[in-house]
Design a protein around this ligand. Structure first.
Ligand code: PGA
Length: 258
C-alpha cells in the first residue's frame, strides 16, 4: 500500500452467497462491530438480489455497495441481466467486471471492455479483474497474458476515466483454493500492472491507480500481502462471508505505510 498516492480499497465479493435477509443480518452485525476510527475504503459486492438490503443496511456509513456483474447494454431484451443504470439507481458505487468465474462462463475480452465502458459511463467504479491460470504461470506467460487482458479491457478508456478504475489481480489458481500467491509473487505482478498503466497513461495515473490482490486472502495472510508497496487492497471471497475475518483484513489495511 502507499496511502500517500492512492486509496486502499478492501472489497468483499460474496459471489452467490447470502439471501436478502442474511444480508441485512450480516451487515447490521458488521456495522455494529466496525470501530469508529478512520478506515480504508470498504465495499461489499453482493448478488443483485441483495443490493437493496445491503444499501439500506449501510445507509449513513462510508461503506459502499457494489454489484458483481453488469450488462453493457443500457436496456432491452436481455432476460436475467442488469444494466449499469439499474445498479447506480439501486445505490451502488462499484461493479466487479471480468471476474475469472464469469470469464469461465464465456465472458470475452470484448465484453469485458464493453462492460467497463458502460460502467464508467454510468458513473460506477469498475473493479476490473485480471489473472492467469496455473498453466499460464507454469509456462512463464503471466505478465504477457495480463498485459493482453488489460489492453483489451481498457480499449477506449481515457486518462480521466482511468482514475475511477480499481484493478484486481486475481491468479485463478489462488481463487477459492486456499492457495494464496506469496506476497512476493503478488507484488511482482501488481508492480508489473502498475508499470503497464504508467506506460499506457502517465506516471501520475500509474501512481494513483488502486491495485488489489485477490485469491484466498484471509485474516492470516492479509497483513503481509498489504504490506507490499504495490498491493493497495484486496478482493475477498470466502473470508468476506465472516464478519470477524473480514474486519481483521480491514484492520490489516490500517497498518502504517511508506
Ligand atoms: P477467494 O475469492 O477469496 O474465496 O479466493 C476471491 C475472488 O474470487 O474474488
Amino acid at each position: 500500500m502507499n496511502r500517500k498516492y492512492r486509496k486502499t480499497v478492501i472489497a468483499a465479493n460474496w459471489k452467490m452467497n447470502k439471501t436478502p435477509s442474511e444480508t441485512k443480518a450480516f451487515l447490521t452485525e458488521f456495522k455494529n462491530k466496525l470501530p469508529r476510527s478512520r478506515w480504508c475504503d470498504i465495499v461489499f459486492c453482493v448478488p443483485a438480489i441483495d443490493i437493496s438490503a445491503a444499501v439500506r443496511a449501510m445507509r449513513e456509513t462510508r461503506v459502499a455497495i457494489g454489484a458483481e456483474n453488469c450488462n453493457a447494454a443500457a436496456s432491452g431484451a436481455y432476460t436475467g441481466e442488469i444494466s449499469t443504470g439499474m445498479i447506480v439507481d439501486a445505490g451502488c458505487k462499484y461493479v466487479i467486471i471480468g471476474h475469472s468465474e464469469r470469464r469461465a462462463m464465456g465472458e470475452t475480452d470484448a465484453e469485458v471492455n464493453a462492460k467497463v465502458l458502460a460502467a464508467l459511463g454510468a458513473g460506477l467504479h469498475p473493479i476490473l479483474c485480471v489473472g492467469e491460470s496455473l498453466e499460464q504461470r507454469e509456462m512463464g506467460v503471466t505478465e504477457e497474458w495480463i498485459a493482453m487482458q488489460l489492453k483489451a479491457a481498457l480499449q477506449g478508456v481515457t486518462e480521466d476515466q482511468m482514475k475511477k478504475i480499481v484493478i484486481a489481480y486475481e491468479p485463478i489458481w489462488a481463487i477459492g483454493t486456499g492457495k494464496t500467491a506469496t506476497p512476493e509473487q503478488a507484488e511482482e505482478v501488481c508492480c508489473a500492472i502498475r508499470t503497464m498503466i504508467r506506460k499506457r497513461y502517465s506516471a501520475k495515473i500509474g501512481r494513483a491507480v488502486t491495485i488489489q490482490y485477490g485469491g484466498s486472502m484471509n485474516e492470516k495472510n492479509a497483513f503481509e500481502l498489504l504490506a507490499q508497496p504495490d498491493i493497495d487492497g484486496g478482493l475477498i471471497g470466502g473470508a468476506s462471508l465472516d464478519t470477524d475475518k473480514f474486519l481483521a483484513i480491514i484492520n490489516a489495511a490500517n497498518q502504517p505505510t511508506a
